[in-house]
Ligand binder design. Sequence first.
Ligand code: Q46
Ligand code: ZN
Ligand code: ZN
Length: 305
Amino acid sequence: MRCRRCGNPGAINMRQHKLSLCLDHFPEWFLEQTQRAIKNYRMFAHAERVLVAISGGKDSLALWDVLLKLGYQADGVYIDLGIDHGSSYSARSKDKAAAFAAQHPAARLIVVDILHLYGESIPQVAQRRHRPQRPCSICGLIKRHEMNRVALEGGYDVLATGHNLDDEAATLFGNVLHWQVDYLRHQFPVLPADGQGLARKVKPFCRFYERETAAYTLIRGIDYIEDECPYATGATSLAHKETLNRMEHDSPGAKMHFYTNFLKAKEAGLFAAEETAPELHPCPQCRQPTSAPDLCNFCRLWEEK
Ligand code: Q46
Ligand code: ZN
Ligand code: ZN
């Protein structure tokens, strides 16, 4: 197929959009589509300060690159989880994040070192909590807490993550399989700040297939960590991605329709009538909102040391 914009041979063929683009026009389209998502979902404005959650992987670095190219004030936050696992995963991913920041003078990278700040790395906390092989729920809790803390303390208006459509569709698939209505209620490209200490959260890449963000990083020459976190092996989200990819192979666009039709249904009011906000109060220690009766789950993690 030929590039729809210039007629030269196409390099990236997107069957779900019936669109082919050349190496010059794909990045242009990618930026336009990101801008459109930011505008359509009212994610943030140019006057606002954006904090991008950086893992050192392709999606987060591509997002940071795109936001800077679109002229947004975007800083990055990297959470050093202290995961080594024989492959120096955290050290290598931090190097990628730092190298990107060094090449972009307008970009500031904030590094949060969990071991240094709290006295234990993620594998150490997981070991203490008798979950050495499955640290992900503890890790997720710590990452969410720390990103929110940095966003609020730094006066950022919004926290942006690089989740792509494959991530979102896999999450949706898992939530539907188990009918986790509370999770479905909160799955959306924008989650507003709650006015009580939770920052606004946005996912500007939620309509891109993973292969599109990969193509963008490749074309732009962005160096990222290709390995997944060693603890991600065997994660159910990866199995869901494989299932969805098989469906996509047989029926191009299946993945996109599954996710975007869910968004349309939500915009049309799915779950809206049943919306009941949980009772939240500030944690007496860290001041972040929690529904727990006393200390929040994050603070309790360290209390039990
Ligand atoms: S970083 Fe943390 Fe993930 Fe690694 S330990 Fe699990 S949650 S897999 S996105
Ligand atoms: Zn072209
Ligand atoms: Zn707390």
